[in-house]
Design a binder for this molecule. Structure first.
Ligand code: ZN
Length: 184
């Protein structure tokens, strides 16, 4: 794990959660992004005819969708006003700065690389919720952030288990002897 704490949103160093409403809005953005990205990774793996890994990503997408539903329910029941929030983005490079373009997912990406990417982002989500647990003074926020952090920790573990099952990426992973005719 890296030493520095990165904020999961934008470039801000720390997001101070003043109340549960703010946490819910962030959590909704984070979990929605995860649902979309997992669906995207599933498509990508399917395009490689790697149905096993595609199914794993579909399952993860469904799990994250449950989170989205739960959080959306809480937002509704608390009548939280949906203040505009910058969109949470997955990082598409394991160590680099945040990328904002989903097209950055390389079409030849191997299952191993896709899983490393997922692992990195599950870890970021976990670190984000954990940093709230330690920094907030609001007890309700702390408890909910702790629950979310715990679930993200489970996701990290699930991705790690799957990562052990796939071969490491070969050096020439981006060599394509039949490149796609149309590229945008
Ligand atoms: Zn997750």
């Amino acid at each position: 794990m890296r030493g520095k704490t990165e904020s999961a949103t934008g470039g801000k160093k720390h997001v101070k959660m003043k109340d549960i409403a703010e946490l819910l809005m962030h959590a909704l953005a984070i979990e929605t992004e995860a649902v979309e990205r997992y669906a995207q990774l599933a498509d990508l793996m399917e395009a490689h005819n790697n149905y096993e890994t595609a199914n794993f990503f579909l399952k993860m997408s469904e799990i994250e969708q449950l989170h989205v539903d739960q959080i959306a329910d809480m937002i509704k029941s608390r009548k939280v006003s949906s203040a505009p929030l910058e969109k949470y983005r997955w990082s598409t490079t394991p160590e680099g700065p945040e990328s904002t373009d989903p097209a950055d997912l390389h079409y030849l990406m191997t299952p191993y690389q896709a899983l490393v990417l997922a692992l990195n982002n599950e870890q970021r989500a976990h670190d984000f919720y954990s940093s709230i647990v330690t920094s907030t003074k609001n007890e309700a926020v702390r408890r909910f952030a702790a629950a979310l952090a715990e679930e993200e920790e489970e996701h990290v573990a699930m991705v790690k288990v799957w990562l052990d099952k796939v071969p490491k990426t070969p050096e020439d992973w981006d060599y394509d002897d039949d490149p796609p005719a149309i590229q945008d």
